[in-house]
Design a protein around this ligand. Structure first.
Ligand SMILES: Nc1nc2c(ncn2[C@@H]2O[C@H](COP(=O)(O)OP(=O)(O)O)[C@@H](O)[C@H]2O)c(=O)[nH]1
Ligand SMILES: [Mg+2]
Length: 413
């Protein structure tokens, strides 16, 4: 695991709680990108043009990098090319900002071709202004041409621009394959459940706990599942549970499409678990809920949203009741849990089960034949076989999607 040091500059007079949350979010993002955070530096001051934080702070950072053996420094502010250059010269290690970090996460989570293209597009848009200033920076320093290629610098910006145009066209023409993925999964008797919510809400913790508690379903077709999706059974129903990057505060506009594309899994789900951090102040909780519903409401159709109020262990019971009341209009019928202690999981599992797409139950009799036997094995894949009797006929008590029951009812004798 690569070691990183996080740096945050706070504006003088900014809200202390908000600063803390920003830093917590950055830590969480670093973890999501599989970095190990070995240190944090903060400074309160107005931005410095050359270094973002003060020169003295950068010297302190350089020592910190050396002592801790950090591989990278991550700033919580967007850095100019000059700042990146100056800081990395002083610290003798790679320097990135919050946006590089988010792009790294998006890149590792993009599963569809379309999502990958969106992320690449965002990266190029981030690069473009930098491509311009790299040229002047290299000239100023009288460094030989980039990689020794004369004239290469001037074409660098052109190159980035060309790639942006090309990727835009590709995105435009790429078909939406995600819908077919959804129906394919449905055909295998799976329902899709996705975790949504802001960074640090506890999605990944809940994901791990649910996977650990539940029985995993083995299915050869899903041996290539991404590490953020697991198959498990919930009261015998088979479910694909997906952890997501979730929502990130203050995303710049050029990142929004890439961000949305990483949410495809949320929008294609049958049930969304909207995880809320109850240790946040109540106005922050309220605002995050409003934004979450905003993101959902245009994109989802027929998707059930279960609001999961997490970290109840961190809030005393009076305070908790007050908070739950205050957000009740945004979060009707919530489930209160602690993802880390497992409190409230039973109620949560019941709630997920209740909200899964409806399946019917029916008794079917088939004649004893080759064809019926293969139908039985298909039914085991597609639904829940509550009981089966092999006599002169095969009699099944089966629960499944309506289409499945319709298909087999044609063979009912
Ligand atoms: N006290 C407490 N901490 C929690 C709980 N759930 C998650 N956390 C902590 O909150 C932080 C963020 O959790 P994580 O699952 O990574 O959040 P994500 O960004 O939504 O995936 C971690 O430090 C977790 O240990 C909880 O129920 N109680
Ligand atoms: Mg997470």
């Amino acid at each position: 695991m690569k070691k990183v040091i996080l740096v945050q500059r706070n504006d003088p007079g900014a809200d202390h709680g908000a600063n803390e949350r920003k830093l917590a979010e950055l830590k969480e993002l670093a973890r999501a990108a599989h970095y190990s955070v070995v240190g944090v530096l903060t400074q309160t001051r107005y931005p410095d043009r050359k270094y973002q934080v003060g020169r003295g702070k950068v010297d302190e950072l350089a020592v910190f990098v050396e002592v801790s053996g950090a591989d990278k420094v991550i700033f919580n502010h967007q850095l100019s090319t000059t700042q990146i250059y100056n800081i990395s010269e002083t610290c003798k290690c790679e320097v990135i900002d919050r946006f590089n970090l988010i792009l790294e996460i998006f890149a590792s989570r993009a599963t569809t071709r379309r999502a990958k293209l969106q992320v690449e597009l965002a990266r190029l848009q981030y690069e473009l202004p930098k491509a311009r200033s790299i040229v002047s920076l290299l000239k100023k320093d009288e460094r030989p041409g980039f990689m020794g290629l004369g004239g290469y610098e001037d074409s660098y910006e052109q190159d980035v621009k060309k790639r942006i145009v090309r990727i835009r066209n590709e995105i435009h023409s790429s078909c939406k394959s995600s819908e077919s993925l959804r129906s394919f999964r449905h055909e295998r008797g799976f329902s899709l459940v996705a975790l949504a919510g802001y960074t640090n809400a506890g999605k990944s913790t809940l994901f791990q706990s649910l996977v650990k508690e539940g029985t995993e379903v083995e299915d050869m077709l899903f041996t290539t599942l991404s590490p953020t999706t697991r198959s498990l059974s919930i009261n015998q129903r088979r479910v694909l549970l997906t952890d997501t990057v979730g929502f990130i505060e203050d995303l710049p506009h050029w990142m929004v499409d890439a961000f949305r594309s990483t949410l495809d899994e949320i929008f294609l789900a049958d049930v969304i678990l909207l995880v809320v951090d109850m240790s946040d102040p109540v106005d922050v909780i309220r605002q995050k809920l409003v934004v979450s519903h905003d993101i959902f409401w245009k994109r989802i159709e027929g998707v059930e949203i279960v609001t999961v109020l997490n970290k109840v262990d961190m809030v005393d019971s009076d305070d908790l009741k007050r908070k739950v009341d205050a957000i009740s209009y945004l979060a009707p019928h919530p489930v209160l849990i602690s993802a880390s202690s497992g409190d409230g999981f039973e109620a949560l599992v019941d709630k997920i089960y209740e909200n899964l797409p409806h399946w019917d139950r029916s008794r079917i009799a088939l004649d004893m034949s080759e064809e019926s036997l293969s139908m039985v094995s298909w039914l085991y894949d597609e639904g829940i076989v509550h009981s089966i009797d092999y006599g002169e006929q095969i009699v099944l008590d089966i629960e499944a999607r309506e289409e499945v029951l319709q298909k087999v009812s044609k063979f009912n004798i």
